[in-house]
Design a protein around this ligand. Structure first.
Ligand SMILES: C[S@@+](CC[C@H](N)C(=O)[O-])C[C@H]1O[C@@H](n2cnc3c(N)ncnc32)[C@H](O)[C@@H]1O
Length: 267
């Protein structure tokens, strides 16, 4: 059904960055200001309060999360709630912490569904945890290359890891949860993750537990631990695991020879 024939609803999914007040862009502010209704998914209750000051009609998506409830169900309910307003002809703004397109199911689903139903739907980039991580830890993803996985997906599927590049695991707090719940999983789950990582990394390999500053005065967490200590580490649902390279990159001599031969041929 093409709902747009009946009304003029539209959707903008915007990112407000990681740190309260510090990362919001002018275009995101404009989308918030010009919308009829805003839905917010913030990293922190204080961030939600700040967003509420920017618009008179802000609905929190936080209450959709619950213990013993699959995040898959939660996400479907969030998508339905937001699209209901778009279908009612409103200008809707979905406000998400970080970047709305980075390791975030709901904004992508919202935009694809809205477009399929004939509505105008756009995404505005924000500063993600990846961006602050690069700045805070002084990592250039281009130096050795960088692989990124959602931790549970990394466990549930067979992946080919290059230990000469960085490896970033997102949602390490809920790693291995087959029920897609919200509670942080415990040591036994992390032990299984470790067995997978030990295929490529030594047990004493130094890794980083990273937490960006959601409020400037709180500061960041950049804690170096040995990989094997991940089991007992204090991990939150907002912790990201960074595994630096454990091996040197191997030069591909055959390809280099082939290319060298090309340049000799040319001259
Ligand atoms: C569903 S993803 C959302 C990511 C978000 N869209 C972004 O742009 O950063 C949630 C994961 O992001 C990472 N994350 C969220 N908040 C963070 C923070 N304050 N510091 C570091 N990583 C964070 C964690 O890996 C967390 O499990």
């Amino acid at each position: 059904m093409n709902y747009q024939l009946e009304n003029k609803g539209s959707l903008a999914c915007v990112g407000i960055g990681m740190t309260l007040g510090a990362h919001i862009t002018p275009i995101t502010k404009a989308h918030i200001r010009e919308s009829d209704i805003c839905f917010v998914m913030a990293s922190d209750a204080l961030v939600e309060l700040w967003v509420e000051q920017m618009h008179h009609n802000v609905v929190s998506l936080q209450p959709y999360y619950a213990s013993n409830k699959s995040r898959k169900k939660t996400y479907k309910e969030m998508v339905d709630a937001v699209l209901q307003e778009v279908r009612a002809g409103k200008k809707v703004c979905g406000i998400f912490y970080g970047h709305p397109g980075v390791f975030a199911y709901v904004p992508h689903k919202l935009i694809s569904k809205a477009r399929l139903e004939g509505f105008k739907a756009i995404m505005e980039a924000g500063i993600s945890a990846e961006d602050t991580l690069i700045a805070d830890l002084g990592i250039d993803p281009g130096k050795f290359g960088c692989q990124q996985y959602e931790a549970s997906q990394f466990m549930f599927y067979k992946r080919i890891i290059d230990p000469s590049a960085y490896l970033i695991l997102w949602q390490i707090g809920v790693a291995g949860d087959l029920t897609y719940g919200v509670e942080v999983t415990g040591a036994k789950y992390r032990q299984i993750l470790l067995e997978l990582l030990y295929i490529n990394y030594p047990k004493n390999h130094s890794v980083i537990l990273y937490e960006a500053a959601t409020i400037a005065i709180k500061g960041i967490r950049a804690e170096n631990i040995a990989l094997q200590d991940l089991v007992g580490a204090d991990i939150k649902d907002y912790t990201t695991l960074v595994i630096p390279p454990a091996r040197n990159m191997q030069r591909n001599k055959e390809v280099i020879q082939e290319i060298t031969a090309l340049s000799i041929e040319c001259c």
